[in-house]
Design a protein around this ligand. Sequence first.
Ligand code: TRP
Length: 475
Amino acid sequence: MTDCQDGEGAKTPMELYKRLNEQGEKVRSLKTANAEKADIDAAVQMLLKLKTDYKQVTGQDYKAGCPPSENMVVLDNGPATDGADEDDTVDPWNVSTTSAKGVDYDKLIVRFGSSKIEKELVDRIEKVSGQKPHRFLRRGIFFSHRDMHQVLDAYEKGKSFYLYTGRGPSSEAMHVGHLIPFIFTKWLQDVFDIPLVIQLTDDEKYLWKDLTLEECRRFAVENARDIIACGFDINKTFIFSDLDYMGASPEFYRNVVKIQKHVTFNQVKGIFGFTDSDCIGKISFPAIQAAPSFSNSFPQIFGSRKDVQCLIPCAIDQDPYFRMTRDVAPRIGYPKPALLHSTFFPALQGAQTKMSASDMNSSIFLTDTPKQIKNKINKHAFSGGKDTVEEHRKYGGNPDVDVSFMYLTFFLEDDEQLEKIKQDYTSGALLTGELKKILIETLQPMISQHQEKRKQVTDEIVRQFMTPRPLNFNL
Ligand code: TRP
């Protein structure tokens, strides 16, 4: 088929594409034949290298079945079809892996074509903001980005930006995992002193779930209370429900329509896996999640300015929406939004899947009592410890698969204390019960405080946050 067998000589996009197809085939057949793990790993490594080369040469992600062409618009490499990442599923609706350590995030970066947040970038954020980097940055919980250097370059030259994040209000109950993007966004708002818009996609949840419009609208308001309790500055933050704001803002709807005109059904099928039997509301929804990335969707905040750069902190499963957004942006005359991606918050039962509000036992809810928190962790948190105390003392535990340890990396502020816990657990000096106790004592006050703050969020405060109005900032 092609004379380039080793990947080295392949230079043109088409040669690389053919080479990638062959390598994908090779990985698949090795797996089918149950070949040696080392052989499979080597073939996968080669595949990943070819993908990186392809991306470098074409500026686009390799997608099986889509040969490169001059003007092709590749929005996404879609679900892996090459056999390399078949153990990890990551899209806006599913997150799962067979590995107890969780999703392989380095592979995900290659697959999605984003960039790793290297130490250098963390140092730069520290320098530009003048603040110690948030623990989520220090510990690689926000691990991937798009165009963050560009945002910082502009900020250093006195050109500011705004933040956009969101939440799909699928139930009244939020769990601790839901707080991750909001805790981080609050930090970004504070250190950069910038405006923030928060989209509550009650329309999305109506379209996807078996809920009435009234329920979705109510969950949006209830969730807004939890979000406000994270401490956002009312003078710099606008929270909106799609069901309300779409009708209230002609400018927002204009952007939605512009986006809709520039994305084909074929493209969203490729990105989101929609099928012919999905309702048309789902098919056009991505345009609604894309529109807040453009500043003129909020005339009350930005006037008619369409050039204010947007930065989106979100969990990596939301990236498909923003790959689409970034592809459309230049074609409708807007800057591409930049992104900061986080890892997932693991379920109590283990990092094979993320915490889910629909599974009571997999989650610690923001409404849980201290006793419930204690029982859930003691009963359900997957342990990397050994079966007996004797064995544990002798061989030590494995923090890489231990859910209590993982949760501490999210919530324990003190780096030295965390490192000590890790060492003691690995050596066997610290037992699983003791580790769980530390976690319980970290989460109980954190959640009680959240409940206290939430109580102080009155209906009037919610109404103010959700009223379209000018915000206080200098761009
Ligand atoms: N679709 C997201 C969810 O289901 C909600 C959302 C809307 C969002 N806009 C966003 C999340 C921007 C992060 C960033 O949770």
